[in-house]
Design a protein around this ligand. Sequence first.
Ligand code: AHR
Length: 541
Amino acid sequence: MFSGKRRQFLQQVATAGIACSANSFFKQVAFAQPPANSSDVACIYIDSRRTIAPLDRNLFGSFLEHLGRAIYEGIYDPASALSDGSGFRKDVIDEVRQLGVPIIRYPGGNFVSGYNWLDGVGPKKDRPRVLDKAWNTIDTNQFGTNEFMAWAKIVGARPLMGLNLGTGTAERAAALVEYCNLEKGTKWSDLRRAHGVEQPYKVEHWCLGNEMDGPWQIGHMTAAEYGLKAQDAARQMHAVDPSLKLIACGSSGPGMPTYLEWDREVLEQCYEYVDALSLHRYIGNTQEETGKDSAKFLAMNLSMEKQIAETLAVCDLVRGHKRSPKKLWLSFDEWNVWYRERSGDAMNGHEHEAPRLLEEVYNLEDALLVGGIINTLVRNADRIRVACLAQLVNVIAPLVTNAKGMFRQTIYYPYRWALQMARGNVLNLLVESPTYEVSEMGQVPYLDVAGTLSQEDGKVSLFILNRDLNKPHTVEINWQDRSPGKVLSSSVLTGGDLKAFNSFDAPQRVVPQSADTPLTGSGRTKLEVPARSYSAIQWAS
Ligand code: AHR
């Protein structure tokens, strides 16, 4: 990856010692002004005693909606030679199982707000063909709750079940909990058994509706109305199973006119009945959002960081109002880059089955920002316990299928690294980085860093986004209380063309490369991160 000359330079730097002067530190927080670092060298200070929180693996969840070709043709395609006896695509199963996705949100999304879960259970021949009004698509209901639970078990993921609080009632929501979680002897648990499933699924996490603040949402209502409905649903659901973890719908994005006020009003109604509040965010490199400026686009994870801080402030405000001992956590249950396939026919199924909707093609810069977003989520692991890359297959997704196989989009790679390497405690890193000016954001560090330390095996993992579009950066890591073991892996996603993307014809155009093994001496590691790159490095204890 690095040329001989560059390696020589790094070796010189390693022996000479370079410009990390840690006379003041800054934590990477949205729009925080870092201390001036006159040198071009970025410094990362690691002290294993200084941690943010244990990382909840559910931070790297994903999402499957009855939308486009996510379910039908994505994970379920009984007519395909690539499918097993249950109609599940075996290649997709293998990929998702290997990824180790911990939790998957289902069945929506906007879809859930008009969904009658009873249409999707029982003998397949009796299930109705329904016109889904969220995406104007025919749903054959051949895939429903029991198929999802079976599939999730095979891939090793836990379900994050979405409930219809649009057209659906609180009573029907509680009925689904009973169907899923009670063993036997009640109307709905016995119905599940009549459908051939003896053991209850014991689903823990439930979303109380979806984006109910959005005028596009089926059953959209005011914050006070939704807050009361969520409270009612939560009470009925807890009567069925007190162990549930319930997530209320927060604002669907900072662009909403009711942003934060929605969250406050909802929580005033249901704070004591729920465990968490949801956030959603899709980022685009558009004229309106970034002026189509890639340097700004790559800083947008900091805008998500701001959204997280603001939402938490509202949660804690209501906690104060209620004098509640309970602290809510956040479920960032939809996040991704999404802006190209976001209007017109890309959003309208025209009453077809499994139409091609939201089939966003992801390029290198999208993948770099996804890496930055993962860093943001990791740094906020003290309050975010669940997050879902939206979505998983075909629809705004890292994986794309056709009749013959599948390929991995660019955004797959940072997501895979997080799943593979981010483990244990999140490190509270101190980072000094040179900065650049971004309109409406001020000085933004070129380097965005997150790291973890696994208590089980002592492995340290670092994830570094270099936002500099033109220059590589030298990084000096200062190990403050211990030196690392040998480098287990060092990889980088980069390239000359920010707009390069993968496809069935060119599935390897944007893939990670192995990077030089970073050199360590006297408690310092030197490495260089290329321009426009996201790197993942892991050390043994
Ligand atoms: O993930 C696609 C859609 O985006 C979801 O259905 C909805 O919740 C969000 O607006």
